[in-house]
Design a protein around this ligand. Structure first.
Ligand code: SF4
Ligand code: SF4
Ligand code: SF4
Length: 209
C-alpha cells in the first residue's frame, strides 16, 4: 500500500476547464515527500500495522471544480485565477453573467460589476466573452489542509486564499509536513492532529518557521 498519495484531477490530461499545467508542482511535492522520508515516518509511527486511514493524501485540482476531492485531503491545491476587466471592450452582452454559477457578475447602470468576494476564479466567464473584455491578470492556487472523513470528519482548512509563486507553495507544504511530523503520535491524519492541538496552534506554527 502506498502511504503517501498524490491524487491529481484530469487537468493535465486535457480537461478543458484546466487553468494550467500542474506537473511542476507534482514533481516538487514528490521530491519533498522523498526528502522528508514521509513513508518511512508513517511506518515508524504505526509500527507493524499501517492502515488505510494512516496514509497522507494530497489532492491537486487544476480549477476550482476541485475534482480531486481536495477538501478531504491532508494537503490540497486548487488552481484559480484573478479576473481583469477591460471596461472599454465590454459590449454588455450579458453572456458572462449567464454562465457565472457564483452570481459574481451583474450589469448595473450600464456597467458590468464584478463581486470579487464571490468570484472563485474559474474562468467560465472569460471563455464566453467574445469581446475579450475579461481575462486573468494572474493565476495561482488556494491552499487547504487537514481535510478528512472518518469518525470526526473535517473539511480542509483554508491555509491561503491565493498563492501565485510556486516556491511559496512548496515552502508552505514543508511547514505543514514539519507540523505533521512534530505533532504526530501514532500515524493519525493531519486533521486529527489539528483537532487535538487546536486550529490556532496549527496556524501559529505555520506562521513561524
Ligand atoms: S478540477 Fe477542473 S481541471 Fe480538474 S478535472 Fe475537474 S473540471 Fe477539469
Ligand atoms: S471567474 Fe468564474 S466565478 Fe469568477 S466571475 Fe467568472 S465565472 Fe464567475
Ligand atoms: S461577456 Fe464580455 S462583453 Fe459580454 S457583458 Fe460580459 S464582459 Fe461584457
Amino acid at each position: 500500500m502506498k502511504l503517501v498519495k498524490i491524487e491529481e484531477c484530469f487537468g493535465n490530461k486535457g480537461c478543458p476547464n484546466s487553468l494550467g499545467d500542474t506537473k511542476y508542482l507534482v514533481e516538487k511535492l514528490n521530491e519533498i515527500i522523498e526528502e522528508e522520508k514521509l513513508e518511512d515516518f508513517i511506518k515508524e509511527k504505526c509500527g507493524e500495522k499501517v492502515l488505510l486511514h494512516n496514509t497522507f493524501r494530497i489532492g491537486i485540482s487544476n480549477c476550482p471544480n476541485a475534482c480531486s476531492q481536495v477538501h478531504i485531503k491532508d494537503f490540497g491545491l486548487i488552481q484559480r485565477g484573478k479576473l481583469n476587466f477591460d471596461k472599454n471592450s465590454c459590449v454588455l452582452c450579458r453572456e458572462c453573467v449567464k454562465v457565472c454559477l457564483e452570481r459574481a457578475l451583474k450589469i448595473e447602470n450600464n456597467e458590468l460589476n464584478i463581486n470579487y468576494e464571490k468570484c472563485i476564479g474559474c474562468g467560465s466567464c472569460i471563455k464566453v466573452c467574445e469581446s475579450n473584455a475579461l481575462s486573468f491578470i494572474k493565476k495561482g492556487f488556494k491552499i487547504v489542509a487537514g481535510g478528512k472523513l472518518g469518525r470526526h470528519p473535517m473539511l480542509a482548512l483554508e491555509v491561503k486564499d491565493f498563492v501565485e509563486n510556486k516556491d511559496t507553495i512548496i515552502e508552505i507544504f514543508k511547514k505543514i509536513i514539519k507540523f505533521y511530523k512534530e505533532n504526530n503520535l501514532h500515524g493519525e491524519r493531519l486533521g486529527s492532529i489539528i483537532q487535538r492541538v487546536g486550529i490556532n496552534e496549527f496556524f501559529n506554527k505555520l506562521k513561524g518557521g
